[in-house]
Design a protein around this ligand. Structure first.
Ligand SMILES: *[C@@H]1O[C@H](CO)[C@@H](O)[C@H](O)[C@H]1NC(C)=O
Ligand SMILES: *[C@@H]1O[C@H](CO)[C@@H](O)[C@H](O)[C@H]1NC(C)=O
Ligand SMILES: *[C@@H]1O[C@H](CO)[C@@H](O)[C@H](O)[C@H]1NC(C)=O
Ligand SMILES: *[C@@H]1O[C@H](CO)[C@@H](O)[C@H](O)[C@H]1NC(C)=O
Ligand SMILES: [Ca+2]
Length: 304
């Protein structure tokens, strides 16, 4: 099947040769040749699915005139494949003119002891309708392990945690996209689209102090139709860490080259030192957390 963007209708007996021939939807060269011979050309813009095979009759069977409909696919900006459907492979439609300016990174409030500790849900930033404290773009999904500061005043703001919940006043750290956070406790959401460079099986891996959840694909990272982010999705993988031990967890996904897959990482640090890594490895792609040229912000999505 094939999405038709333009139909050219040709009328005229001159076009028909004595040989039998088949014109198919993909035959752009045939379509061009046919246009050159046409006596009448009518172009009708049309969006929809239409699979066509037209058989030209031998001369002996010809009546005086005939009408041939030829499908002419729209030509893309640089001959890249026409984007596939949003599902079932999990990819979204993305504006093909959008440039890979990075993933969105949004910094949210995460009270000491909340997300990334226990079963506090990662969807809280949506269900509580939080506004980001800061937002930017980034091609990188990694920041290294840090340690608690030695010379800052300590308070214990959480009644529940008591002395188990020290808060170092004035402690900050750099993360990604130029965003500096309250290093004691914070949440970062990385979201956008990953354009798979090739078809094959990819491995998505993460480690975190204290927790990261990987959401990937249509209906999981976001809904490709409306762009809505689900609050009830289960992550494809998650990892937890702390006390300088951050184990890696991975998941595998089958991707089609050239398609755009929505991805969302919800990272949290509920207390103390922090660290984060999200990597992708695939066919011809070494494991990396640097995605220059391969990631697109949410605003590039074609939603309805
Ligand atoms: C960190 O936790 C403290 C205590 O709950 C809170 O006052 C502060 O707003 C939190 N910082 C962030 C960035 O969430
Ligand atoms: C890795 O994921 C499994 C579930 O798939 C989970 O039980 C385990 O706790 C995770 N490991 C870490 C370090 O979070
Ligand atoms: C992947 O890593 C190997 C070994 O370091 C290197 O030789 C190769 O060029 C890398 N491939 C890409 C696509 O970066
Ligand atoms: C991400 O990489 C692309 C391609 O190199 C670049 O154009 C873009 O400015 C980068 N974005 C950020 C936030 O660095
Ligand atoms: Ca921590």
């Amino acid at each position: 099947m094939f999405t038709i963007h333009k139909l050219a209708t040709l009328t005229g007996a001159a076009f028909l040769s004595c040989a039998s021939a088949m014109l198919t939807a993909a035959g752009e060269a045939s379509a061009t040749a046919a246009l050159a011979l046409a006596t009448t050309t009518t172009t009708i813009p049309w969006i929809g699915d239409y699979t066509a095979t037209h058989t030209l009759l031998p001369c002996a069977e010809l009546s005086v005139t005939a009408t041939i409909v030829i499908q002419v696919p729209i030509s893309g900006p640089s001959c890249t494949a026409i984007p596939g459907p949003p599902s079932p492979d999990g990819s979204c439609l993305v504006n093909p003119f959008c440039s890979p300016s990075g993933l969105n990174i949004d910094y949210y409030r995460n009270y000491l002891g909340d997300y990334s500790r226990g079963d506090f849900p990662s969807s809280y930033y949506i269900t509580e309708n939080l506004q980001p404290l800061d937002s930017s773009l980034t091609n990188r999904t990694f920041f290294p392990q840090d340690d608690s500061p030695a010379n800052l005043p300590v308070v214990y703001p959480s009644a529940e945690l008591g002395t188990g919940g020290p808060y170092f006043v004035g402690w900050t750290r750099d993360t990604n996209g130029g965003i500096t956070v309250d290093a004691n406790n914070f949440t970062l959401v990385y979201s956008g689209f990953y354009r798979a460079p090739a078809t094959g099986t990819y491995s998505l891996c993460t480690s975190a102090d204290n927790r990261n959840e990987i959401f990937f694909g249509d209906g999981n990272a976001l809904d490709c139709f409306e762009g809505r982010v689900p609050t009830d999705a289960s992550p494809l993988a998650f990892s937890t860490g702390g006390n300088f031990v951050n184990d890696v967890n991975c998941t595998e996904v089958d991707l089609v080259g050239g398609r755009y897959y929505p991805v969302r990482n919800v990272y949290g640090d509920w207390q103390g030192p922090s660290a984060f890594s999200f990597t992708i490895q695939g066919p011809g792609v070494n494991q990396t957390y640097d995605f220059d040229g391969d990631v697109y912000p949410l605003e590039c999505g074609s939603f309805f």
